[in-house]
Unconditional design. Structure first.
Length: 755
């Protein structure tokens, strides 16, 4: 076991069988734990589960906490290999809570592997760095090298090849010094995969593959690979043959990837990519596309069971290479239809899944209450000697809350996912709604625009991604400066000119040469990740038009589900905003609804409103957390309400967040948006109005009341916001997200009804 020679370990442990009853209780548990781990490393899950569950039972019976820790943790590893990520995290959390004097470096490393499989790269890297520190403190040299292998795998996923090579070099030196031959072979395999990813076939590749590929040539006659290293070797064989141009040999070698293997989603997506590439190299484009569609279905099935928005969106990272290959193939065709279908196929898949239904337990509520209190103390001002301790406490609580969120699950096979909208279907919906679409996407460091207008669909290359990103970042900085300069008329005019200049430059870069016409003023924008926080209605080409910002065209095209019961409205005001109470009063007055003034139970009141009311308006301070988007929050009287604690699902059709910054989103691979606004949309809200930058309190209060008057008069949210911004230019940081919405039963001469 020390040298990771698992088959030999299983054979050696079988010799214990006849003498098992002669062992002490502690020795019996040790034998079962070792047997379970060995079977697990060979992906023999049934015998592994039997031995680990028996080890856990004996540990509890004889009060052996260290062994209980190991049994629970290894059962978590088993669920990981079975593909049950939430269950794996839950079991590892339970093990970590066992009070036992055991080395934790390996356990942290295993948790990092689960987090990486869930697509949570940042959290996996942080956990591995923590594990490396523990291994150093415990003097575990082999474990340090193993952790560096995993850090290299994270670096590869993050495309930091230089860092990956450094970690691999450190690991292999340790393995050589310790004579760990099996680990040296695994490291050489991973190092070769880094080279192949860069398009280079190492000279010694055949020697590197030899321990894992049964025959010298790796043909289809070889048995199917089983262990992770064997699977990686089989993939490397196929990729190397494709790089060498030997398509027939690559096709033969790829047959070894077709067998049903117990592996994670990352490996499964890699297999599908190679099978698609082989089919394309053979000229069989139909089979290549079929492999792509199969991969997407499998990825969706992995996303569906988790009841964590963060994990649902993070899992998309494993489909990134396939999505890029699929899009490159479509771009080579020059067909706007194929390009649109490819972009939409992979975009915001998590938002096409059924809304979450998992509920937080008592422990989750207690953790969030403690986090709320700690954050409030931090914001109120803390003595320097206490600040570091309090920040560490906040970080620890956020980690615990996130882990609980990641471990929520529900049995769902993904059958409820909405199929991706094709261009033909999207154009039919656009025609019915008399709108046009602007779909932006990036590929290979370049920005593109698909325009689906009345005259047809066009595809344009806009320029380098770096240039577009620089313009978008400059605009956001200018908008923030404008809000802070509002009190000084001279400064406000100067900054206002800078904002106008930034808007004009970004507008020319994106839409110069695109004829939007006047036939269909309504526009739906589906932004790329670099443009996730643009105030679209403020761009000169879109000013005055009803604009909706969609996570994906598929989600935008969903038909509206008729709301049950009469229209009901809630308006709440947060603390520390001078006009917030006036704003909430006035909004409630428009609809004839009750207003909710700041109160100690604002958080529960807002969650109740989101569960029951058709329209919810919140005037409060807001924060978008770029490092932890699902800890973005609204500041209420009883502390911040985090995206993590929104009700599941949300019943409201329109949510208006009259708060700074909460319209921002961070887009991850697959253009999966993360933030407070995107969380509301993923939980079932049809439309969200929010700002991407600070808006002065006075401007927001007046503008949002006018917005609601227009809504009550029968205007849709997008048209109402366009008119509002025309009358209140200071409110141009607001966007309508999701899909346009209009209050049922309203219009000129129709009195509003509200509850």
């Amino acid at each position: 076991m020390y040298c990771a020679e698992w088959r030999e370990a299983v054979a050696a442990l079988e010799e214990v069988g006849p003498a098992f009853d002669l062992l002490t209780e502690r020795e019996q548990v040790a034998a079962l734990l070792n047997g379970g781990l060995s079977h697990l490393s060979l992906l023999q899950l049934a015998p592994a589960r039997a031995e680990l569950e028996r080890a856990l039972a004996l540990s509890l019976e004889h009060d052996l906490p260290a062994q209980e820790f190991k049994a629970r943790h290894n059962l978590g590893c088993l669920e990981f290999y079975a593909g049950h990520l939430p269950e794996a995290i839950a079991l590892m959390r339970a093990a970590d809570e066992v009070d036992a004097p055991v080395a934790r470096a390996r356990a942290k490393q295993d948790l990092a592997a689960v987090l990486l499989e869930a697509g949570l790269r940042d959290q996996a890297r942080e956990t591995l760095v923590d594990a490396l520190g523990s291994a150093r403190a415990e003097g575990l040299h082999l474990e340090q090298a193993d952790i560096r292998l995993d850090l290299a795998a994270v670096a590869v996923l993050e495309r930091d090849i230089a860092r990956a090579r450094r970690e691999l070099g450190s690991a292999i030196r340790v393995f050589r010094s310790r004579g760990a031959v099996g680990r040296q072979q695994s490291t050489a395999l991973l190092r070769a995969s880094v080279d192949v990813t860069q398009g280079r076939v190492p000279r010694d590749l055949d020697d590197v593959l030899a321990p894992f590929v049964p025959s010298a040539h790796g043909t289809g006659a070889d048995p199917a690979p089983v262990t992770p290293d064997e699977r990686l070797a089989a993939r490397l064989r196929v990729e190397a043959l494709l790089l060498r141009g030997d398509v027939d040999a690559a096709a033969a070698a790829a047959q070894r990837l077709r067998g049903r293997a117990r592996q994670g989603v990352a490996g499964d997506m890699h297999d599908r990519l190679l099978l698609a590439r082989v089919a394309a190299a053979q000229g069989d484009s139909r089979r290549a596309r079929r492999e792509v569609h199969t991969a997407l279905r499998r990825l969706t099935r992995r996303q569906a069971p988790t009841q964590s928005l963060e994990v649902r969106s993070a899992l998309a990272v494993h489909g990134r290479r396939l999505a890029e290959w699929d899009l490159a193939d479509a771009l080579r065709s020059g067909s706007p239809r194929r390009v649109f279908d490819s972009v939409e196929r992979w975009r915001a898949v998590s938002h096409r899944l059924p809304p979450l239904s998992g509920r937080e337990g008592r422990a989750g509520a207690e953790l969030l209450a403690e986090l709320r209190l700690a954050r409030r103390r931090l914001s109120d001002g803390t003595p320097p000697e206490d600040e570091a301790r309090l920040r560490a406490r906040v970080a620890r609580l956020e980690w615990q809350v996130a882990q609980q969120d990641w471990s929520t699950t529900e049995h769902d096979d993904g059958s409820g996912v909405e199929g991706a909208a094709t261009l033909a279907r999207t154009r039919a919906v656009l025609d019915g709604r008399q709108e046009q679409a602007l779909v932006l996407f990036d590929h290979d460091r370049a920005q593109y625009l698909l325009h689906a207008g009345p005259a047809g669909t066009t595809l344009r290359h806009l320029g380098t991604l770096a240039d577009i990103e620089a313009l978008a970042e400059r605009l956001l900085r200018d908008l923030r400066a404008q809000a802070h300069a509002a009190a000084d008329p001279v400064m406000a005019r100067a900054v206002g000119r800078a904002v106008d200049s930034s808007l004009a430059q970004l507008d020319r870069a994106l839409f110069g040469g695109t004829d939007l016409g006047t036939e269909r003023p309504g526009v739906v924008v589906c932004p790329s990740r670099s443009l996730a926080s643009v105030p679209w209605g403020a761009l000169p080409s879109l000013a005055g038009r009803p604009v909706t910002v969609a996570t994906s065209m598929t989600r935008w095209a969903y038909p509206e589900v008729a709301a049950a019961g009469p229209l009901s409205v809630s308006a709440l005001a947060g603390p520390d905003l001078r006009r917030a109470r006036h704003e909430a009063d006035a909004v409630a007055g428009v609809w004839g609804a009750a207003v909710g003034h700041p109160a100690p139970d604002d958080g529960p009141r807002l969650r109740r409103a989101l569960r029951h009311d058709t329209l919810v308006h919140v005037a409060a301070h807001g924060t978008h957390e770029r490092q932890n988007p699902y800890f973005s929050s609204l500041l209420l009287a009883d502390g911040p309400l985090f995206a993590h604690e929104l009700p599941r699902p949300v019943a409201s059709r329109l949510v208006v967040l009259s708060a700074c910054d909460v319209g921002q989103a961070d887009l991850r691979p697959g253009d999966e948006p993360l933030g407070l606004t995107s969380a509301l949309l993923a939980l079932g809200v049809r439309s969200v109005v929010a700002a991407v930058a600070p808006v002065p309190d006075e401007v927001a209060a007046d503008a949002m009341v006018d917005f609601h008057r227009l809504l009550a008069a029968g205007h849709g949210a997008a048209a109402a916001l366009a008119q509002t911004v025309s009358a209140h230019p200071g409110a141009r940081a607001f966007n309508v997200y999701g899909t346009d919405w209009a209050a049922p039963g309203t219009g000129p001469g129709v009195p509003p009804t509200a509850g």
